[in-house]
Write a protein that binds this ligand. Sequence first.
Ligand code: IMP
Ligand code: MG
Length: 183
Amino acid sequence: MENKVKLNGLTFVPYLTAEQISAEVKRVADEIRRDLKDTCKPIFLCVLKGAFVFAADLIREVGREDSKVSFVRYASYEGTSSTGTVKQLVGLTEDLGGRDVVIIEDIVDTGLTALRMIEDLKAQNPASVRFATLLYKPESSKTGFVPDYVAFSIPSKFILGYGLDLDGQGRGLKDIYVIEDEA
Ligand code: IMP
Ligand code: MG
């Protein structure tokens, strides 16, 4: 595993290896496959940009040939903290009516993005909505929102890599890094 990563004057240290991530992605995929067993029209909704790496791995592990994939984009973060307002940047192009939707997110922090998204989707009358996230910060939740599927529950620290960014950088790192504690 690479050592420290420095970006924008901040230092990040190794936190989760690609091997650890892969094992948990497989576990979550097994759970989703089991829960979607009796559904005929699953659609995965990847939340851009951060979830694109997780979504690519997860969808291939679930391996449902009858599933569709679509994308939405929301933003609430500037630098390393939440602004508290959630903006929709790219909307849905797919009709979700009657479909079993699995939202795929990189991280649930305050839960504001998740709730806003679920509210937007329910207006389209899907058969069901499930929520999968790579990372979940339970201590940051301002909303009490709890995802259906969680690869890792983590402390409320800023995370980088495997799709997650700092002002657009770091998404291509294979491992996950955490911001170094200030001494
Ligand atoms: P929420 O609305 O506060 O739950 O924030 C969710 C969004 O904030 C995520 O989809 C990420 O884009 C971003 N975010 C939250 N925590 C982190 C982090 O530790 N690293 C990178 N992005 C984060
Ligand atoms: Mg995001």
